[in-house]
Ligand binder design. Structure first.
Ligand SMILES: Nc1ncnc2c1ncn2[C@@H]1O[C@H](COP(=O)(O)OP(=O)(O)OP(=O)(O)O)[C@@H](O)[C@H]1O
Ligand SMILES: [Mg+2]
Length: 250
């Protein structure tokens, strides 16, 4: 099973959009996919299920030790299984911060799952929830918006990844950087080129353009390929999924 974390502590860089559409595309390509929402803002849960409320969510697996199998929800529309999140998850850090092994709780919860792909949508922070998202995975995909300062924060994320590898013995590395929300502007092209220069082959060839259809699909609770299959956003996420599948960035 490939375990892929989608993380960047910067907010609004399309972590959730990437996690959802990548998951839906991989499923469309015949793979068995589970998406774990590790963000207390529960954006991916809400994007898939709208206002639907669930008895249990990821908090209950992490804090109450409820078997993750009983928390999984299926989405026919996205063709994936989802472990939902809830605002409650924001209290999880406090609840587990004294526990031994607090950085690897999600890893232990998900160890026995059997899928082709396990994707984790991480929150926009570098706290314990993100550390748990990282230790549960062995690949990290970092969505980056090409802006002047975008590489600055990435160095911090790289440090965290190194600490997680060294200090916690987790087998994770940055396997891919995906440039998101790109517009054909000089400053954005310069930032895109700087990202490519810094990460080299680890940058996916596919660039996700700024495309309103992605936001509309999100609000319509649909993967973009169902909302508007001919849109630039749908095309881009299809190509990205192919690259991820064939491990071009590894
Ligand atoms: N390529 C794109 N073109 C246009 N809008 C986009 C694109 N990607 C994402 N968006 C929109 O931008 C907003 C932020 O995207 P998203 O929620 O995926 O980011 P995020 O990194 O998960 O945010 P957070 O850090 O809050 O978790 C959403 O409204 C989403 O629909
Ligand atoms: Mg998000």
């Amino acid at each position: 099973m490939r375990r892929i974390c989608i993380a960047n502590q910067k907010g609004g860089v399309a972590k959730t959009t990437t996690a959802l559409n990548l998951a839906a595309e991989l499923s469309r390509m015949g793979k068995k996919v589970i998406l774990i929402d590790m963000d207390p803002q529960y954006s991916s849960t809400a994007a898939v299920f709208g206002n639907q409320k669930f008895e249990y969510n990821i908090y209950n697996a992490i804090v109450d030790k409820i078997d993750i199998q009983s928390i999984i929800q299926h989405s026919d529309v996205f063709g994936i299984d989802v472990v939902p999140s809830d605002i409650e998850l924001s209290g999880a850090t406090l609840r587990i911060s004294e526990h031994i092994g607090r950085e690897k709780v999600l890893y232990h919860c998900t160890r026995k799952l059997k899928y082709d792909y396990l994707l984790v949508d991480a929150p926009p922070s570098l706290g314990l929830l993100t550390v748990n998202a990282l230790t549960a995975c062995n690949e990290l995909i970092v969505p980056i918006c090409p802006e002047f300062f975008s590489l600055k924060g990435i160095k911090l994320l790289e440090e965290i990844v190194e600490n997680v590898r060294g200090g916690l013995g987790a087998d994770i590395k940055i396997t891919g950087v995906v440039i998101t929300r790109h517009r054909e502007r000089v400053v954005m092209n310069e930032a895109r080129d700087a990202i490519r220069h810094y990460f080299g082959k680890r940058v996916f060839k596919t660039v996700i353009p700024e495309n309103i259809t992605l936001e509309e699909a999100h609000n319509a609770h649909l993967p973009v390929y169902k909302y508007d299959p001919k849109s630039k956003g749908a095309e881009a996420y299809h190509l990205l999924a192919k690259e991820v599948m064939h491990g071009k960035c590894k």
